[in-house]
Write a protein that binds this ligand. Structure first.
Ligand SMILES: [Zn+2]
Length: 444
């Protein structure tokens, strides 16, 4: 009897020691994941960035601002709490006057070596140890995506009882209309749209077309409303612009994008190969986006030509009626924040050559905050970018700035989302002209 009690005590002690060791170990890993986040998502500084005037700030506050891409869900920071590191969270998005934000989901990021000329899906995946350290799903890419979807939905739920702005999931035209109305009424609400960057688990040798359609339906049912078939490496749907073969859309890629269009999911051609981009705009009749990119023209180091759009790519997006989200980090735009507006102007000039009815309807913001990049504009100081569009030699007309900062994305989702169409979208987003009165001269 004594022996048995002694045995139970020893076992309980071992269990307690094991539990403490495990929690310490898990806490240590969690801490390391936070340090990794801090290291991967710093802000850059451009000493030539202008200081916004009172007039710039007032104009900035008067706009409905939308951003096509942030990777905040990849990290363990609470999206509702203001963090001391990383790029974005709801309080900071609110500081920047963001009204509509696409939260994009990354599931796999293969190690890319500085000397290799392409990114291979066979290289070790840096998301695997990160997910392990964060206590997230490790083995299934689809589970990794579903986890991040739940993370946003959880933040949406909690935001309703918080002191901060409300975060609202936008899944259809009705949601978008309500968001526009509430923002015009001055309510503190930010619309969130779920996007996927790389459908790596969809399609392939083992899959049928029916399997591909089912996977797309599952993403739609989970709330996903923007879908990029590829990320930085070639997969079973398409080649990537940094992949090792860079082929166009595969048969399964065609099935996936056709299904996305049918369901009301916006197709995002960020990271896709040029062949994949051409195939996609030929296949689809709805407008598409390239959510976060730069342009190859005048792309000087540290700008990386491969991941950015050629003039031919831009012309195809314009012909499709699509929208290009311009990024803020040096690999997309080069060393100066003023280049952000130059890139936008370049897109408008191509649109003009292509005979676009409204050349300013094809550029937007695609920050890639929290995407392991070094953006040169802080989300809370996005009015710096407004100042740039107003102060450059060839200053943008206020209407052009309003288009680029949000109206184009409003129209795009209003056209593509379930219940939306071109006419309803243009009627809805035209209301944003009257967000608040334009700044008076006295405020300049
Ligand atoms: Zn990306």
């Amino acid at each position: 009897m004594k022996l048995r009690i002694g045995f139970i005590i020893v076992l309980a002690l071992l269990g307690a020691i094991g539990y403490v060791a495990y929690t310490q170990y898990a806490a240590g890993l969690y801490y390391l994941a936070g340090q990794y986040d801090r290291m991967m998502n710093p802000y850059g500084v451009d000493p030539d960035a202008p200081e916004p005037t009172a007039g710039d700030r007032l104009f900035h506050r008067s706009m409905f601002i939308a951003d096509l891409h942030i990777d905040t869900l990849k990290w363990e920071r609470d999206p509702l709490q203001r963090s001391m590191f990383g790029h974005a969270d709801l309080p900071r998005l609110n500081d920047g006057n963001i009204a509509l934000q696409v939260f994009t989901i990354v599931t796999k990021s293969p190690l890319s070596l500085p000397w290799s000329r392409c990114v291979s899906g066979r290289m070790p995946d840096t998301n695997t140890p990160l997910n392990f350290m964060q206590g997230r799903p490790v083995f299934s890419l689809k589970d990794r995506a579903l986890y991040q979807i739940e993370r946003l939905k959880d933040a949406v739920e909690r935001s309703r009882d918080s002191d901060g702005p409300e975060l609202r999931l936008i899944e259809n035209m009705e949601d978008l209309e309500r968001l526009v109305d509430d923002r015009l009424a001055g309510k503190s609400v930010i619309g969130g749209i779920l996007g996927i960057e790389g459908g790596h688990w969809i399609g392939g040798d083992e899959a049928t077309n029916e399997d591909v359609r089912r996977e797309m339906q599952e993403l739609f049912d989970a709330g996903v409303r923007m879908f990029a078939p590829t990320h930085r490496f070639d997969n079973a749907l398409s080649g990537s612009n940094e992949g090792c073969t860079r082929y166009g859309l595969t048969d399964h890629g065609r099935v996936a994008l056709t299904e996305a269009e049918r369901l009301g999911i916006l197709v995002d051609l960020a990271h896709i190969s040029s062949d994949g981009l051409r195939d996609s705009v030929e296949l689809l009749s709805s407008p598409v986006t390239v959510s976060h990119t730069g342009i190859r023209a005048e792309c000087e180091a540290p700008c990386r030509p491969d991941r950015n759009l050629s003039d031919e790519d831009i012309a195809l997006i314009v012909q499709n009626g699509g929208v290009i989200g311009v990024g803020y980090w040096p690999q997309a735009i080069g060393p100066s924040v003023w280049r952000i507006a130059d890139v936008m102007e370049h897109i408008m000039l191509i649109a003009e050559q292509e005979g676009a009815e409204h050349p300013s309807h094809h550029a937007a913001l695609g920050s890639d905050y929290d995407g392991s990049v070094t953006p040169m504009i802080e989300v809370g100081h996005l009015d710096v970018l407004t100042a740039i569009t107003r102060r450059r030699d060839n200053a943008f007309h206020p209407d052009v700035t309003r288009d680029i900062f949000g109206r184009n994305v409003c129209r795009l989702f209003g056209t593509v989302l379930p219940g939306g169409d071109v006419d309803a979208a243009s009627e809805l987003c035209a209301r944003l002209e009257h967000a608040t009165p334009p700044p008076t001269e006295a405020a300049q």
